[in-house]
Design a protein. Structure first.
Lengths: 189, 326
């Protein structure tokens, strides 16, 4: 963050709003998947994974079925490693891990924010290397616009279209100690 | 969330460990675990698309099975196209220079050249004048950097798996290199890598096989195996190059076996937790007994497994970082 600029932050979602949003997303997932037994959740590291665990727990509360949850690290499948000027895939945010087959299942990808869509493209490429799911769905807490690929979420929490001077930060209890989503705006003098 | 200050890869080539900083060595070691997971996948596809569409040329002027197949497999697991050339099948035998051969390979748009050559300095010479990424797969008696990287990775992984500390480093760890240190590029690269990573290295062998003034590299030297092993956490048996036997460097293989072989008897000198490595190919029962090589204290096959992951990490870092040197 540039120290010469002021940054204004507004709350997009506090803890109770996030809980309510996740609850309605979980209900939508249940409605969208009559065959709940074949559903598996893959959370994209780092903040998609705790969200996937919460969705699974919420689904279990209403249906009694807890879909299995895994973690997906998409770094080895990204198409922009080169452009990042560092090919740094040193495993600091964790590695892909799940212990169930994807063959013939419905995979629900879970991430905190969707923007360009390139993470989701990378995740789908990786999933295909692990097996052939029957279908892949996508759940995102925030859509901040700026899509570069034709990818949309099937289950969406909230839409905030950000400008070039704005960015979103997502904090989760499991990773950051509290549930809070902020919209930051850089105010040039 | 970046926890540590990230070190970025900036070098075009990997020629030797001597030129690398500790941070660069650790970046390679930290990049390898994800690739190890790719090789161990139970899914259909043990491959990631990081070098898709790129061409890796394995150019070997010396016989090699392990290193060449390891590099080839690493390239394939990164989805690269691979091409193998050996000295006997190349125009080298018709008198073409290395520069000309490489210029021709580059004219076909190769991205990474893996070179093994009997002349020390050959990869260095080519790297300076050519734009492709050159990886030294062993040059004369100079260096064998990927071997040292996979050895350090194997030791660090063993430490982490055998202790509660998942971030254990080689700082203060004792490593004994046993055997023909003088003629071994593996030993040289390992000495550079291990000392940079904070390990305490002891070299041990017949006096004619220990380089003069080897202490200047920051290691302890001894001709007593007992002394070398007494505090060793890792014991690295070097290959006796039998082709050099008969040049009077040591009296007989029988004597070498008696004094320096790593076996059940000599391991009595070492702590119980000490683990054994060897770069391969093993002269069974010469420098390393079959019982130990195939036993529970041997890391030999883990070295081979980890070698593919380390070479994937090296190729990925070289080819997917924007070089700031050129």
């Amino acid at each position: 963050m540039d120290r010469n600029n002021d940054v204004e932050s507004t709350v997009v979602m506090d803890a109770s709003a996030m809980a309510a949003t996740l609850n309605s997303m979980a209900m939508a997932v249940v409605n969208g998947n009559p065959e709940l037994e074949s559903l598996v959740l893959l959370g994209i590291l780092r903040r998609g994974e705790p969200l996937a665990k919460r969705l699974s727990a919420l689904i279990e509360q209403t249906t009694g079925i807890a879909p299995p949850v895994g973690a997906l690290s998409t770094t080895l499948y990204r198409d922009d490693l080169h452009a990042r000027s560092s090919a740094n895939v040193a495993s600091r945010s964790g590695e892909t891990y799940f212990d169930f087959s994807l063959e013939g299942r419905t995979v629900l990808l879970v991430d905190d924010v969707i923007s360009a869509g390139r993470t989701i493209r990378a995740a789908m490429g990786e999933i295909m290397d692990y097996g052939r799911p029957k279908r892949i769905q996508l759940a995102c807490l925030i859509d901040r616009g700026g899509r570069e690929l034709p990818i949309q979420a099937d289950y969406l929490g909230y839409i905030v279209h950000t400008t070039a001077d704005e960015w979103i930060s997502v904090q989760l209890q499991e990773v950051d100690g509290e549930d809070l989503i902020l919209l930051h705006e850089r105010c040039d003098k | 969330m970046e926890q540590a200050a990230p070190t970025f890869w900036t070098k075009k080539d990997l020629i030797g460990i001597r030129e690398l900083s500790r941070g660069e060595i650790e970046l390679i070691l930290d990049t390898a675990p994800q690739f190890l997971a790719v090789s161990k996948r139970i899914s259909r596809i043990k491959r990631v698309p990081l070098l898709q569409g790129r061409l890796v040329v394995n150019w070997f002027h010396e016989p090699s099975t392990r290193t060449r197949t390891s590099f080839e497999l690493a390239a394939k697991r990164l989805s690269a196209d691979t091409l193998s050339m050996t000295a006997s099948s190349s125009s080298h035998v018709k008198g073409e220079t290395l520069h000309d051969t490489l210029a021709n390979i580059e004219a076909m748009h190769a991205d990474i050249i893996v070179l093994r050559h009997s002349c020390a300095g050959a990869p260095h010479m080519l790297a300076a004048d050519h734009s492709s990424h050159i990886i030294n797969a062993g040059d004369g008696r100079h260096e064998h950097p990927t071997q040292a990287l996979l050895d350090a990775f194997t030791m660090r992984l063993a430490l982490r798996e055998n202790s509660a500390n998942k971030d254990a480093t080689l700082d203060g760890v004792n490593v004994a290199l046993i055997g023909d240190v003088e003629h071994s590029r593996v030993a040289r690269s390992n000495i550079f890598a291990l000392t940079k990573l904070g390990a305490k290295v002891t070299v041990c062998g017949p006096v004619a096989l220990l380089p003069a003034q080897v202490e200047k590299l920051g290691v302890r030297a001894t001709t007593s195996l007992k002394e070398a092993l007494c505090d060793a956490d890792f014991i690295y048996a070097l290959r006796i190059q039998r082709e050099r036997q008969g040049k009077g460097l040591f009296p007989s293989l029988r004597e070498y076996v008696k004094l320096f072989r790593i076996d059940r008897d000599s391991l009595r000198f070492a702590p119980d937790h000490a683990l054994v490595l060897h770069p391969g190919p093993i002269n069974r029962d010469l420098e390393l007994s079959t019982e130990i090589a195939d036993g529970s204290r041997s890391l030999v096959l883990q070295q081979v497994t980890n070698g593919v992951a380390i070479r994937m990490a090296v190729m990925h870092l070289l080819a997917n970082s924007q070089s700031r040197q050129l």
